[in-house]
Design a protein around this ligand. Structure first.
Ligand code: ZN
Length: 442
């Protein structure tokens, strides 16, 4: 057999690449074998202690040793067999293996390390891509696509449970000597996730021609919480405090989302911050939550949504406008000053009932968006105070948490299947993976 040195000296570029990978793979396989043997040794040793009695995990009853049983555990280095004591609790009428609990493999055949790798990959990529990714990186066939999907869901459900448990835990104790940011933001938005028909029964869609009039998506509500300590000294633009963003996500209706939002507000100790600000688009549920849960907050309609509505209004009125661009600019100047009555007056001056009666109603709807949100569109004041006026952070969160994973071509989900994935992605995006995994991440 040619030595690695011979092969690398052959001068054939393509062969060299192939040789390097062959060496790489061989080295990886032997490292895994050595590691696996070490792991098996430790687990074997741990399994040798089998006292005649043990405490049952649920209630601490005295349980009796039944037998030594063998179980296969799949790890990041390959599969190992563990032979450990198996006990039976006569009171609870259930069997258990204390070692499984200690190793974190009770009720599963995947080690914590492999489960974490599967869940991390499954939360980021389609399940089949995840399986191939893990196989390529480890050089081992560790988990089928279905195992990987199931593991991601199990870990995601665990993430949801941990998030819920935090919600009912007592909030942080306010410190007196901590320097707090001056402003905090609660940004809310909704985005549709593509669903299987079974998930949309009895829900009318926007387009009666599609899915037999049924909705094809279900709304995920997203909340983004961040703080601001100041503005850019050169541009005067508001700057989000780096690393200050955390997120919540749910398929639940607005009333439940409101409870989650309030809990996150307290978890973040936002009640200790001078000025809370709620930012959102025109959706009614957002402002209901703002009024009921955050009555002291300043409310701001996303400036870029407002501008889109100005463009829509101009498009609607185009048939009666001599210079649509100039008209839109005039409206924009009013908007920048928060002068929504001037927007209404500009449209009134067109005398639509005389000039274009069919435009009266659509124009009134658009004008109503501005006059109805008047106090949420005081952009000149908001800018002067150094506030954020765009909901960009939450839109990018919708994109990252929901769209990048759930809205790929041909994907259709069940809520049960997608919600755990969103829980994992929400934690990850918030930089809070540590509540799910006890060992530090790499
Ligand atoms: Zn028991």
């Amino acid at each position: 057999m040619a030595t690695a040195a011979d092969l690398l000296g052959s001068g054939d570029d393509q062969l060299e690449g192939g040789v390097l990978e062959a060496i790489e793979r061989a080295a990886q396989a032997s490292a895994a074998q050595i590691g696996l043997a070490a792991l098996a040794g430790v687990v074997d040793w741990a399994g040798t202690a089998t006292p005649a009695h043990a405490s049952c995990p649920d209630a601490g009853h005295d349980a009796r040793l039944v037998a030594r049983r063998t179980k296969t555990v799949r790890t990041l280095l390959g599969s190992i067999q563990t032979t450990r004591g198996y006990y039976h609790c006569a009171t609870c009428r259930q069997g258990f293996a204390p070692l499984d609990q200690r190793l974190g493999v009770a009720g599963t055949s995947l080690s914590a390390g492999l489960a974490r790798a599967c869940a991390l990959a499954g939360a980021e990529m389609p399940y089949d891509t995840s399986r191939r990714f893990i196989a390529t990186v480890t050089g081992l066939d560790l988990a089928s696509t279905s195992t990987l999907a199931r593991t991601t869901r199990t870990q995601g459900e665990r993430a949801r449970d941990l998030i819920t448990a935090e919600r009912t835990a007592p909030g942080p104790v306010p410190g007196t000597d901590i320097k707090r940011p001056d402003l905090c933001y609660i940004v809310m938005d909704g985005t549709g996730a593509p669903m299987l028909p079974s998930q949309c029964q009895g829900r009318p869609g926007k387009d009666p021609a599609k899915h037999q009039g049924r909705a094809g998506t279900r709304e995920v509500k997203i909340g983004c919480f961040f703080t601001q300590s100041g503005c850019d000294p050169d541009s005067g633009e508001a700057i989000q405090d780096p690393g200050s963003a955390s997120y919540i996500s749910t398929f639940e209706p607005a009333a439940i989302f409101a409870v989650h939002a309030k809990a996150e507000y307290h978890r973040r100790a936002f009640d200790q911050i001078r000025q809370p600000i709620v930012l959102g688009d025109g959706a009614k549920w957002i402002w209901t939550i703002a009024d009921e849960q955050f009555p002291h907050a300043t409310q701001i309609v996303d400036y870029y949504h407002a501008r889109e509505h100005l463009a829509d209004l101009t498009k609607t009125l185009a048939p009666v406008l001599a210079d649509p661009a100039a008209f839109e600019q005039a409206l924009l100047d009013h908007l920048d000053l928060g002068d929504t009555p001037a927007i209404a007056a500009t449209v009134d001056a067109l005398d639509l009932p005389q000039t274009a009666p069919d435009l009266v109603k659509p124009a009134a709807t658009e004008v109503g968006y501005f006059t109805g949100h008047h106090h949420r569109m005081q952009y000149a004041d908001f800018r002067a105070n150094g506030y954020y006026i765009g909901s960009g952070p939450v839109e990018s969160a919708c994109n990252t948490i929901v769209k990048q994973r759930a809205k790929r071509a041909g994907m259709h989900w069940t809520i049960q299947g997608l919600d755990p994935v969103l829980a994992l992605r929400t934690l990850h995006q918030s930089g809070r993976d540590h509540i799910l995994w006890t060992t530090p991440h790499t």
